[in-house]
Ligand binder design. Sequence first.
Ligand SMILES: [Zn+2]
Length: 202
Amino acid sequence: MGEQIDAGHGGIPDWLAATLNYCTVCGAPLRFGPIEGEERERLACESCGHIEYVNPRLVVTTLPVTERGEVVLLRRGFEPGYGQWAQPGGFLEIDETVNEGAVRETLEEIGLVVEPGEVVGLYSRVEAAVVVLAFEARIVGGEARTTPEALEVHAFRPEAIPWREIAFRTSTWALRDWLRLRHPELHPGDDRVAEEDRLPEG
Ligand SMILES: [Zn+2]
């Protein structure tokens, strides 16, 4: 019964709003509207008063760097961004620290054991309801390999990053900020695709 949530429901993306029809406490329909004591309109249950706060999820990622200073990216084997390049990463689990999540996702996706180091950046993708954390990471073990999630794994020299084939703006931003940190001589801020929206649906 999607009609419980009207269009323009407080900035919640439609795809996410479609999953938020019923109260998780009592099962009654949720309604979007003003709530006493809240500074913005929210989804709430008219039956039991439960407020359904809707917040972004955290995606933890790494930019694994080889001993030669190359950055390891993967060609995504799943949507969104199928066939395009991105850094390894995924949703942080509820029982993990950000470091643990970043290490786990990197191992799962490309077979490398990494040691997260400096935080390169933290980026919002509002339309996807995520916040993406990017660590620079040292490769300390494992062996780069393809997986169902990674059609191809490649170590790119800093000047050879495939900007035109990067899956997400957040990946472009993370790579650009990493270059600013480690290779300012490449003038990464000048990259003409840096602000371009390459986000696929979802
Ligand atoms: Zn309820």
